[in-house]
Design a protein around this ligand. Structure first.
Ligand SMILES: [Zn+2]
Length: 271
């Protein structure tokens, strides 16, 4: 499943190719993905100009020149592919633009989501209403993170992955961030000191920024819009490294299951 860095990478690629472009033709091949697609979608997009792109959590937003925003979530297996050859079996939507660019939405498992809504109503859209802190926003710091985690005895790693507290810290990035901040993944999330929260906020930002630079890191089934795999996995310090030595202290990395997901950590650095 694409995580926040992959989605950010995809959003930037879309912005480079499509900002200022006009939808010329839209082909919709089914009425729904995870949810029903907006009524009259092709009609509502054709002729509209794309003014800009943004991202909130794993939702890509394209602002259109009629005050609407096109929202897109890649779900489990969704991909956006520029140009390419003949239509494949899982190509559900095809967007053609006024400069000849063709963008295809391919999604074998169909957990992708797409909606159209007024640009100024995004904050109250059901998909956005309950989202937590955005870790790449300038306001994301130790203080904000500490208050988002306050009062819970949930394990720190599980709480860090809770989208209602902080968005976009997926399983890989949670393990990597906690190792950099030298915090144990199983300690209660509510007990962070100010310095610890600051270190964790810094680590989350750094890990996500590195992953974005590397073009995202999903391990399976994910290809960037230019057809290349992301390269962040070369930077993993703990993720998927059980039994290997910690890069900082040489102790053996351990694996533990938390909330149904594998956590990797160094028992010496993160005690
Ligand atoms: Zn260590």
């Amino acid at each position: 499943m694409p995580e926040l860095p992959e989605v950010e990478t995809v959003m930037r690629a879309l912005a480079r190719r499509l900002e200022g472009r006009r939808f010329e033709g839209v082909v919709q091949r089914r009425p729904n993905l995870r949810f029903p697609l907006p009524l009259n979608l092709p009609l509502r997009l054709e002729g509209r100009r794309v003014e800009g792109f943004a991202r909130r959590a794993k939702y890509i937003q394209a602002r259109l020149d009629d005050g609407q925003a096109l929202l897109l979530h890649l779900g489990m297996s969704g991909r956006l592919v520029f140009d390419g050859g003949p239509m494949g079996p899982h190509e559900h939507l095809t967007f053609a633009f006024d400069d000849g660019t063709v963008l295809r939405f391919v999604d074998p498992r169909r957990f992708g989501m797409l909606d159209l809504c007024p640009s100024d109503g995004l904050a109250t859209h059901p998909w956005f209403r309950r989202l937590g802190l955005e870790p790449l926003d300038p306001g994301f710091d130790g203080k904000a993170l500490r208050s988002a985690l306050e009062g819970t005895r949930t394990a720190l790693k599980v709480a860090l992955m809770d989208q209602r507290r902080v968005v976009g810290v997926g399983n890989i990035y949670a393990s990597e961030s906690l190792h950099r901040a030298r915090l144990a993944p199983h300690r209660p999330a509510g007990g962070l000191g100010a310095g610890e929260a600051e270190a964790l906020a810094r680590a989350v930002r750094a890990v996500l920024a590195e992953a974005i630079l590397a073009g995202g890191s999903s391990l399976r089934d994910y290809v960037q819009t230019n057809g290349e795999l992301g390269g962040f996995q070369r930077n993993f310090r703990v993720y998927d490294r059980a039994g290997l030595p910690c890069v900082d202290c040489g102790s053996m990395i351990e694996r533990r299951v938390q909330g149904g997901r594998a956590t990797f950590f160094c028992p010496s650095c993160q005690s």
